[in-house]
Design a binder for this molecule. Sequence first.
Ligand SMILES: *Cc1c(COP(=O)(O)O)cnc(C)c1O
Length: 372
Amino acid sequence: MNIKNIPFIDLNRTEAGFKERVLERWEKSLEEFSFFAGQGVQDLTSKFKNLTGVNNFIPCANGTDALQLALRASNIGAGDYVIVPELTFWASVEAIYNVSAKPIFIDINPQDLQLDFELTEQAILKHKPKAIILVHLYGWCSARLADFRELAKKHNIKLIEDGAQALGTKYNNQDIFAGADIITTSFYPAKVLGASGDAGAICSQNSEFANICNSLANHGRQAHYGYSHIGWNSRMNELQACFLAEAINYFPQRIQSRLDILEKYNNINNNKFSLLQPPAETQQNGYLQVSLSNSPDSSEIQNKLKSLGINTGKVYPSVMSSQPALSNNSDLIIISPNKIAEDICQRVFNLPLFPYMTNDEINYIISSSGEC
Ligand SMILES: *Cc1c(COP(=O)(O)O)cnc(C)c1O
């Protein structure tokens, strides 16, 4: 077999006719000179609602803005604390600072690698945060998502779920978006539903909240020249909406392709690393494959796979509180008694996983994994 270079991700494996249909939509938008809030946004909105079961879908410019809009609409600002996991993408942290609030970094649970429930409960009592950013990492979620949702209600704290990696994920057989009060997402090209550039969205069951997000994303507008909030410009570009309105038609088959590949990876026979499985309560969407090396550092395995022509990933190489951007902050609140996230950052790596990988590629990865 001649497979010399399997990429970690290849976004260019689209369905037959997909690009042509995107071009048709783009052409129409150009003919109509309709560049914002046009047919693309309308189609995407209704298709997204159908797919997930959310009541309100607010399109915006990207996933980081979606978090910031949700925080702003929740009245989170200067002097407020927001809980965030130590293991996530940096944007979940940036959003907190960008609204002038402060993060409380909390360790992950060693079983599901999501925000730890008990540590969160303790932090709420001690630090009285105004919000929690609960990140659904890796395409699954905490085994205790229902408890998190209840906990936030009990303490009257805003629970903002970061669903950038969790479109199509289910919790106890319910779409994770449908069950959330407030949930944000990103349509960055590499996400499970990717645009041809940047885009994002906020979803909420609460229409009043959704209206505030919508206004904030459009300069705080109430009437055309009337402003009820100080917002900014975070409108979704119509070209991205057109692309997404087409891509979403293929979403179920793309997810199925990812899950089929994950299923085949279960045939990997290896005593140097294991394939992590999500908790039984969640049905994952196949966003990332998660491997855990037995040794404290995954780099030897990754180098070996690389020498065999297989490009693996390590999407979170270090925890959030230790990022250089925060090195001058002496008053960081970090609740991480067992440093699980730090250990996981060293040990976890990701095998290639994207829709429409070929059987040859998958089989080669399975057999090569035995040689590590
Ligand atoms: C990608 C991502 C974001 C940010 O999305 P952008 O569209 O790149 O701004 C936020 N949170 C998580 C968990 C992500 O994976």
